[in-house]
Ligand binder design. Structure first.
Ligand SMILES: *Cc1c(COP(=O)(O)O)cnc(C)c1O
Length: 385
């Protein structure tokens, strides 16, 4: 039997701290579910790290997005601005509320939604009506929110996006599910919008198995998210509920894992940036394929390292080459505006989204990678193996 060489994964978690201890403590206490001390502790650790007033832990990033959009006021029939070049979760969360996604093209420098397109959309295609809201002139729908995503951990031009949306009184909900630990102009990603959403899925920068969080400085919004995430239960004895809620609260068992992960977070971030630096050194020297750098003004968590293949190269060939050498790699997500479930309403030509999708692949980025792992990957990429 031939020995199958283990592939170097794209992103795998590392449990090098108190994870075993806290999970055992949790089991020993029998508080594994919705009550217990770890949930609140995890919420305050993350809130403190980000410098926000409120954090509500939920079962995953998608439920965080769903509730954040709901408390931001998104209603059935509204339109929500969102990038097309993203994992599908934020778009689904819009549709859960029976609202309609409107896809904004990306920009090359940040991979995020293009603020200039956003600005011209508001200037040319939107009208303010007497009810104080903005409406899309063509569709007649109210523009209810803007949901930018920090793609691969690299911050979008979030200051400009927030400035434009503030001018039109549009709520910004930040999808920071890939960007915990990233900064833009010295401010943590996820803290620019009215609400920010995090994910602690197994492939994210830190993990609770599955998990998510809504962060905000707005107390009523935080309380509303918390209320909705616990079935909108008004009292825990007679079980009166005052609206239709969800069972979205993060279990204590998962939060225990999160507390331990956050203890090693600063060290983990430093290792992530070290790995990015190794990729950068190798790929710069080799020329050709270009490494995706953090945008100007940003300090990225480099959640997933990305590279644009050389002109004329097909990403499928590059990926199979990497696979043959035992390295996982992946294309970006198929653009959301081309998915069959969604109305293909777009802002911009979607050329940049298309081009990035066709030329960018993501590379192994786990914190247990060594210098020689990275050298192996970059040699393969530059064709010098
Ligand atoms: C991972 C991710 C989510 C959703 O997170 P889950 O915890 O898997 O539900 C949302 N948006 C983006 C951009 C993501 O990458």
């Amino acid at each position: 039997m031939t020995q199958v060489k283990k592939m170097l994964a794209l992103h795998e978690p590392v449990f090098a701290g108190n994870e075993w201890r806290y999970v055992k403590e949790c089991l020993d206490s029998t508080w594994v579910s919705s009550a217990g001390g770890y949930v609140q502790r995890f919420e305050s650790i993350v809130a403190d790290w980000l410098g926000v007033a409120h954090a509500v832990a939920v079962v995953n990033g998608t439920s965080a997005l769903h509730l954040a959009l709901k408390v931001a006021g998104v209603q059935a029939g509204d339109e929500v601005l969102v990038p097309s070049l993203t994992f599908i979760a934020p778009v689904n969360s819009i549709v859960y509320l029976n609202a309609v996604p409107r896809f904004v093209d990306a920009e090359e420098a940040t991979l995020g939604m293009d603020p200039d397109l956003l600005a011209s959309f508001f200037e040319n295609e939107v009208e303010a009506r007497a009810d104080g809201h903005c409406y899309n002139r063509t569709t007649g729908r109210r523009i209810a929110a803007c949901l930018p995503v920090h793609v691969l951990g690299h911050p979008a031009r979030i200051d400009r996006i927030v400035e434009i949306c503030n001018r039109y009184e549009i709520a910004v909900v930040e999808d920071a599910t890939e960007s915990l630990g990233s900064f833009y102009n010295g401010q943590p990603a996820g803290t620019f919008g009215r609400l920010g959403c995090l994910s602690f899925n197994g492939n994210k920068i830190i993990t609770t198995g599955g998990g998510g969080m809504v962060v905000t400085n707005d107390r009523p919004l935080a309380e509303h998210v918390r209320h909705l995430s616990t079935q909108a239960k008004r009292d825990g004895f007679a079980y009166w509920h005052d609206e239709v809620g969800y069972n979205y609260r993060l279990p204590n068992l998962n939060a225990a894992l999160g507390c331990a992960q956050m203890e090693g977070f600063d060290e983990l971030l430093a290792k992530k940036r070290q790995i990015a630096q190794w990729y950068r050194e190798d790929l710069q020297r080799a020329g050709g394929a270009s490494f995706i750098l953090e945008p100007p003004g940003a300090k990225s968590n480099y959640w997933l390292n990305g590279v644009r293949v050389r002109a004329g190269q097909q990403i499928s060939n590059v990926m199979s080459d990497l696979q043959e050498h035992g390295f996982a790699s992946r294309p970006l997500w198929a653009p959301c505006h081309q998915q069959p479930m969604f109305e293909s309403l777009t802002v911009g030509t979607m050329e940049v989204t298309q081009r990035l999708w066709e030329t960018l692949i993501t590379l192994p980025s786990s914190t247990n990678l060594t210098r020689s792992n990275i050298r192996g990957i970059t040699r393969c990429l530059t064709g010098s193996v």
